[in-house]
Design a protein around this ligand. Sequence first.
Ligand code: GRF
Length: 214
Amino acid sequence: MNIAVLISGAGSNLKALIDACSDGHIDGRVALVLSNRPGVEGLRHADSAGIANRVIDHRAYASREAFDCALVDALAPCKPDLVILAGFMRILTPEFIGPFEGRLLNIHPSLLPKYPGLNTHQRALDAGDAEAGSTVHFVTEELDGGPPVVFARVPIDPGDDADSLARRVQAREHQIYPLAAQWYCSGRLALTNDGARLDGRVLPAGGLDADDYL
Ligand code: GRF
């Protein structure tokens, strides 16, 4: 399976995916990394692993649609079986989502459907939640609203701030993203008209609890 990963920043999830592929935990290889920002740390992870990478700077395009078409064109030569958004901080339009729907995953740092959008950890803290977390989901045209696949829960400690919480959530992300990618690459995970399915079974509305699988 050819995997393409889109990033905008540190790329710690990208690194977890690269490592899982090279350790044989994912039946696939990261064939291409695209970043919309030049100079980010994630590109160095790709370079160190000898993975082809390119910057497609959104600021060079007049519209979201034009940028998304450039992304589609950049991905075409690698013929990705799976496209993974890993800290990719651009809202995608149907120009991009259409061609890849059903093989497009994102990770969102909340227990979806709670807190779509930004500042998820601060919002969980402000609400007095007992736990935060992260969710891998299929991408559809609804922002952070595609069918969830798997989530990891992280208890909120009394002394937590958004940064300390983000660090613990990210550590779990590095487990659940490779898990979901392997489900997809091994043909167990699919997006159907009824939602996400694993081994043919429709998944619960919030996805599967990673604690049952890790
Ligand atoms: C992750 O926390 C992910 O949930 C969010 O952006 C962050 C990306 O981190 N979408 P990294 O670039 O993978 O380190």
